[in-house]
Design a protein around this ligand. Structure first.
Ligand SMILES: Nc1ncnc2c1ncn2[C@@H]1O[C@H](COP(=O)(O)OP(=O)(O)OP(=O)(O)O)[C@@H](O)[C@H]1O
Ligand SMILES: [Mg+2]
Length: 323
């Protein structure tokens, strides 16, 4: 029995959705790229909004996250980051969601995550979690590239923090905290201060992940969390995160600049363009949900990486033409 089994059994029982054929959607203006539909059949009576080239079909499944009519401007409206942006994440029961977002620098990825965490409101538009406007009661975990743990607290104290804020008793939280520390591979480091050099960069990100999953978030957002790590640690952290996702079955929204990382981790990948920020490509990754490094050597993996790389290059030249 894993740490989050009670959480998982609470999830409505539903047939597991096995990955279908790789799907990608491209902007209508694009050349003869093979087009396939994004998620399942449309809800009767509900529209299927489009952002850029991605058609967000609204199916019978529960909406986890919906961003509607998002406008973001700065400088008294002279700078527009988003113009009527739409984004939808639907529940995949008993599986959770691992969604990766790729996009050029400045297209608005971190801004979107800030909306979801409640760190920023859009200039106008709605941020809905489970169909309702986001409130501070929504449990959203966050992991950023910068190490965000409290250096004057030990690993244990950092991880227990959100349970303390929830008012859980010391005894009740002990078991959960220790199991979470074990899950992220930090058993034996409980009493070390969460600071460099007592802990390495990779270990500090493990603390950040443990802190954000211990309270069983509805959504976990991660903004380039492995960007500052050396390659070996990064690969280890990717495998660890895949394992954690399996165990927690939570919804993870993961921003990265590394296409290979997105294909390795993501079940779904969205690609954004800038000026204004919009979702222009969608891919469903047709790999087993449990990923191993060997999969990176498969033709499918490499083909998808190159396909997305081509899309990003093409998109970049289109954005430059539009400037
Ligand atoms: N307070 C602000 N005032 C003006 N512009 C801002 C402000 N905050 C963000 N921006 C602009 O919004 C745009 C989106 O920023 P954001 O950080 O979301 O991009 P990003 O896609 O995460 O980029 P990166 O990949 O480099 O992290 C950028 O062009 C940024 O300059
Ligand atoms: Mg960013």
């Amino acid at each position: 029995m894993g740490l989050f089994d009670d959480y998982i059994t609470n999830v409505k029982s539903h047939k597991k959705t096995e990955p279908q054929a790789a799907e990608s959607s491209a902007p209508p203006s694009e050349t003869a790229k093979e087009q396939a539909s994004a998620p399942p059949a449309a809800k009767p009576g509900k529209s299927s909004p489009v952002s850029g080239g991605v058609n967000f079909n609204n199916s019978h499944l529960t909406d986890i996250l919906e961003l509607k009519n998002i406008h973001q401007t700065y400088d008294d409206g002279n700078v527009t980051i988003f113009k009527d942006l739409y984004f939808l994440l639907e529940d995949k029961p008993e599986q959770g969601q691992f969604v990766c977002i790729l996009g050029t620098s400045g297209c608005g990825k971190s801004t979107l995550l800030r909306y979801i965490c409640g760190l920023q409101d859009p200039t106008s538009g709605e941020v809905l979690i489970h169909g309702k406007p986001r409130t501070h009661d929504n449990r959203v975990g966050m992991v950023f590239q910068q190490y965000s743990s409290l250096p004057w607290y030990t690993v244990y104290q950092n991880v227990e923090l959100s349970l303390r804020f929830q008012g859980m008793s010391k005894n009740d939280r002990r078991d959960i905290v220790l199991k979470t520390i074990e899950l992220v591979g930090l058993k034996g480091h409980e009493d070390k201060y969460a600071q460099y050099p007592s802990l390495s960069g990779g270990q500090l990100q493990r603390v950040a992940i443990a802190r954000s999953i211990v309270a069983r978030p509805e959504i976990l957002v991660m903004d380039e969390p492995f960007g500052a790590l050396d390659i070996k640690t990064r690969l280890q952290m990717q495998e660890l995160l895949g394992k954690i996702w399996h165990e927690t079955k939570t919804t993870i929204l993961f921003v990265t600049h590394d296409i290979s990382e997105a294909v390795f981790l993501g079940d779904d990948i969205f690609v954004m363009k800038s000026n204004p920020g919009e979702f222009v490509y969608y891919h469903h990754v047709k790999l087993p949900l449990e990923r191993t490094r060997e999969l990176k050597r498969s033709d499918y993996f490499n083909k998808l990486v190159y396909e997305i790389e081509d899309e990003m290059m093409e998109m970049d030249s289109l954005s430059k033409k539009n400037q």
